[in-house]
Design a protein around this ligand. Structure first.
Ligand SMILES: O=C(CO)COP(=O)(O)O
Length: 136
């Protein structure tokens, strides 16, 4: 499996779910270059020993930094366990990030079920999977 650059993001109430998911798929995550919003990334580094490129915390611009990676063609996929039950002060940033995933055809998982499907997909496990980038 080639190295994918993967972003991990979770809102506070979803951080335990993302952490458990990363632990379940640790061997896959070890083969990826990981980037994350600040608090999510620090937690994953501390609890799993994985190396994570930690950006700003989400409310301070981390979602937008991940969006910039997408716009620059530097991100292969996003695992974003966002919280549908609690309002976030930076909701416009969250929407903007998810929007860019659609603009640039980036695989994005917003819950565990979809995340499981992505990392067990034969496409993902193939050596050279890359989502087709639209010519914009
Ligand atoms: O708020 C977030 C995503 O919108 C996540 O940010 P943190 O990882 O810094 O908690």
């Amino acid at each position: 499996m080639s190295k994918y650059t993967v972003a991990l993001v979770a809102h506070d109430h979803k951080k335990p779910d993302l952490l458990a998911w990363v632990k379940t798929h640790l061997s896959v995550m070890q083969k990826c270059d990981l980037v994350a919003t600040g608090t999510t990334g620090s937690m994953i580094e501390e609890k799993t020993g994985l190396s994570v490129d930690c950006l700003k915390s989400g409310p301070l611009g981390g979602d937008q930094q991940i969006g910039a990676l997408i716009a620059e063609g530097k991100l292969d996929m996003l695992f974003f366990f966002w919280d549908p039950l609690n309002a976030a002060p930076h909701d416009p940033d969250v929407k903007a990030l998810l929007r860019l995933c659609s603009v640039w055809n980036i695989p994005v998982a917003c819950n565990k079920a979809t995340a499981d499907l992505i990392v067990t997909s034969p496409l993902f496990l193939s050596d050279d999977y890359q989502a087709e980038r639209p010519a914009l």
